[in-house]
Design a protein around this ligand. Structure first.
Ligand code: SAM
Ligand code: SF4
Length: 325
């Protein structure tokens, strides 16, 4: 059984948000810090296991744990272990701000996480502090070393590319890939409901980097079926690779293979959609997994062709901490 929509797209990849809480204050996401909203608790470990089971039985082979900061959860390693134990899940990925990486990378690897994305928007200590609200650049860099030592083979660095903040660091980030098998992925800044003015000030299209890469001898690499949204480039003199995530490019949505599930049990068909379909009531007993699968099959048929970001329609999500980037 697979999950497909009316545009011939099949979904292999789930982004599962396990909390909307975060300890960082990234200027483009939660500049004033996370504030708890009144309402239900996030999905429990067992609810998350049921959700992941349903998606994996519908052919999703890659699950990414995201948030907020997923590693803030006290039961994070147990959640990861439950999901990695599902037979159909080939890739269990994590997106993290890296603040616990140095101390816990080995535990996460042992829990079955086999792909790691670490957010790192600046290699300059003061600039990192300015962007994230935390003086933790050195910790995150040591965390990357710890992740290699723990045996992670796929390590990606997420860099949100921003005019006037880190656009002068592209060369330094590219250099990180020379000796180490790191993939540096430049993410084009996306407009969100709460940060329209920040977007106007700092947005630059990712293809400005693509031009640089072609000039320097980088070549595009083919994508796997469950690959993420990045277009990847390789170079004979670099062990690592560069990825570009360009949500404003004209064919970005055509190859969409991703679905999102929020930490409150809502299915989001698009990061910039106008609704989340509440499905938590189907996560209360193991016997409901069949019904949940039927709901997912029906819902995914409603996925629209693409987002309307170019028209500044950012959807219901005020910032990306609520349902993961
Ligand atoms: N807290 C974790 C982290 O920062 O890695 C996971 C959640 S975060 C929402 C996931 C990714 O989305 C991060 O790489 C972050 O930089 C990116 N992101 C958040 N807001 C964004 C925006 N407005 N435009 C582009 N990327 C954004
Ligand atoms: Fe937190 Fe990630 Fe948002 Fe930064 S991007 S504030 S680390 S959720």
């Amino acid at each position: 059984m697979t999950l497909s929509d009316g545009f011939g797209r099949t979904f292999r990849y789930l982004r599962l948000s396990i909390t909307e809480a975060c300890n960082f204050r990234c200027s483009y996401c939660l500049p004033d810090g996370y504030k708890k909203r009144p309402g239900p608790a996030p999905l429990s470990r067992v609810e998350l296991r049921r959700a992941a089971t349903a998606f994996s039985e519908l052919g999703l082979t890659k699950i990414r744990l995201t948030g907020g900061e997923p590693t803030l959860r006290k039961d994070f390693e147990q959640i990861a272990a439950d999901i990695s134990a599902l037979q159909q899940v080939r890739t269990l990925a994590l997106t993290t701000n890296g603040y616990r990486l140095e101390k816990r990378a080995h535990l996460w690897r042992a829990a079955g996480i086999n792909a790691l994305n670490i957010s790192l928007d600046s290699l300059d200590r003061e600039r990192f502090r300015q962007i994230t609200g935390h003086d933790r650049r050195d910790e995150v860099l040591r965390g990357i070393d710890a992740a290699f030592e723990a045996g992670f083979e796929t390590i990606k660095i997420n860099v949100v590319y921003m005019k006037g903040l880190n656009d002068h660091e592209v060369g330094d980030f590219i250099n990180l890939t020379r000796e180490r098998p790191l993939s540096v992925r430049f993410i084009e800044l996306m407009e969100t409901g709460e940060h329209a003015a920040f977007f106007t000030r700092h947005h630059i299209p990712a293809d400005t980097i693509a031009r640089k890469l072609y000039q320097q001898g980088w070549t595009p690499k083919l994508k796997a079926a469950d690959a993420g949204p990045a277009n990847n480039f390789i170079h004979p003199d670099h062990r690592g690779s560069i990825g570009l995530i360009a949500p404003y490019s004209k064919d970005f949505c055509q190859s969409c293979n991703r679905l999102r599930f929020s930490s409150f049990g809502n299915l989001h068909l698009c990061l910039f959609g106008n609704f989340g379909l509440p499905l938590r009531r189907y996560l209360q007993h193991d016997e409901q997994i069949g019904d949940l699968k039927q709901q997912l099959i029906k819902a995914v048929r409603r996925k629209t062709a693409g987002h309307q970001l170019a028209q500044h329609q950012t959807g219901m999500t005020g910032n990306l901490s609520a349902i993961g980037g």
